[in-house]
Design a protein around this ligand. Structure first.
Ligand SMILES: [Zn+2]
Length: 133
């Protein structure tokens, strides 16, 4: 995916969802660089595909802007192999985020402490709100 498509993709999200996407791409970059030896700015195709998938999930998350961290979420919207990859990335990159991205790392840790609401609200997903505009 080119840099331009990536910008348009990001533009679909805002607020907390966009922030979470940015945190995720920072983690994917750390993970990919260490495991797949990709160049500093771009990820390998596999990790890029993962990010695109994560982006779609964020866009469609039924909690919308109230999204809990995926760890705490009762919905489990990821396909099993994507979920496994997400776990692997988090476990590897999570502790390595503190130095390059301290604010992102701390915000994520704080979010992890918040319990998820039992049921997602109705029509709160970013995608729904986007289409309703
Ligand atoms: Zn990679």
């Amino acid at each position: 995916m080119s840099r331009d498509t990536q910008m348009t993709e990001q533009a679909l999200l805002d607020g907390k969802l966009l922030y979470e996407y940015k945190t995720m791409s920072a983690m994917v970059q750390i993970y990919c660089k260490a495991h797949h030896h990709a160049a500093c700015v771009e990820q390998c195709e596999d990790c890029q595909a993962f990010l695109e998938y994560a982006h779609t999930r964020l866009d469609r998350c039924p909690y919308g802007q109230d999204k809990p961290t995926c760890n705490k979420c009762p919905v489990h919207c990821y396909k099993p192999h994507m979920k496994a990859k997400a776990r692997e990335i988090m476990i590897f990159a999570g502790p390595r985020m503190l130095l390059p991205h301290p604010i992102m790392a701390i915000r994520h840790l704080l979010a992890e402490r918040k319990a998820a609401p039992a049921k997602p609200p109705v029509h709160a997903s970013n995608r729904h709100l986007r289409k309703a505009k």
